[in-house]
Design a protein around this ligand. Structure first.
Ligand code: ADP
Ligand code: MG
Length: 237
């Protein structure tokens, strides 16, 4: 069926008038809801890290980004906070439609960290997060996904398994994050990443983060991102 779902590109509308938004100096500059601001305060984040200062306004304005930054720079909040804003702008999920936000990470440890971190922000808006990675029973994961969630945090292999089992669909997915892309390539996940990306509508928002940019990652970025802004923080390896 050629029934393409019209999603709200409200993030992009906020950007009309400028090309590359200026970095923000504080979380107050981001226009977040009071609930989200309270969740940020609760994490004791006083001010955004450099990657957050640069990336938040870009993503909030609907731009794809390539974020080049080392571990510990605060990438998770840089992609999760705009994801929350994006999800709140969309019509509610009907049964068996989710997720809206898809986050891929190379290892179950990293996916788990992102899962824990994103839940802290998501719960302020009643947004459900599902973790999809190896080491957990496939049946339990299947059931959890079937119950519905707005955000999936996954390793590529297990996400493919769940897609094959029809535990979830990419019908409503419009915000894709590839975290630690260089490590996903090192672990041989390129085919799985390409398969996942191929199942998500091309007019999605796409964010790619990597500590380094080997040629293969650069090539993927050129193929799957639309007119991205490159954000580099700290020294590049
Ligand atoms: P990365 O993914 O770049 O390695 P993380 O997103 O995991 O980094 O963040 C690293 C640590 O910094 C985490 O403990 C996180 O809670 C914390 N952190 C993130 N953003 C901020 C901030 N704005 N202020 C203070 N701590 C932060
Ligand atoms: Mg990280």
């Amino acid at each position: 069926e050629e029934d393409v779902f019209e999603y709200k590109k409200s993030l992009a509308i906020r950007a009309s008038g400028f090309d590359v938004p200026r970095p923000v100096k504080s979380f107050e500059d981001c226009g977040f809801s009071s609930q989200l601001m309270a969740a940020i305060k609760k994490q004791d984040y006083q001010k955004p890290t450099p990657i957050q200062c640069a990336a938040l306004p870009m993503v909030l304005s609907g731009r794809d980004i390539i974020g080049i930054a080392k571990t510990g720079s605060g990438k998770t909040a840089a992609f999760v906070l705009p994801m929350i804003v994006h999800i709140m702008d969309q019509p509610e999920l009907q049964k068996e439609e989710g997720p809206i936000g898809v986050i891929c990470a190379p290892t179950r440890e990293l996916a788990h960290q992102i899962y824990i971190e994103s839940k802290k922000f998501a719960k302020s808006h009643g947004i459900r997060v599902c973790a999809v990675y190896g080491g957990m029973s496939k049946l339990d994961q299947f059931k959890e996904l079937k119950a519905g969630c707005e955000i999936v945090v996954a390793t590529p292999g297990r996400l493919i398994d769940m897609l094959k089992m029809k535990a979830l669909t990419m019908l409503r997915a419009t915000y894709l994050v590839l975290d630690e892309a260089d490590r996903m390539f090192d672990l041989g996940f390129e085919p799985q990443i390409r398969s996942i990306v191929g199942q998500i509508r091309p007019d999605r928002l796409t964010l790619l983060f990597s500590a380094t940019m080997p040629r293969k990652v650069e090539k993927l970025a050129r193929e799957i991102l639309s007119d991205p802004i490159r954000v580099t923080v700290g020294e590049v390896g």
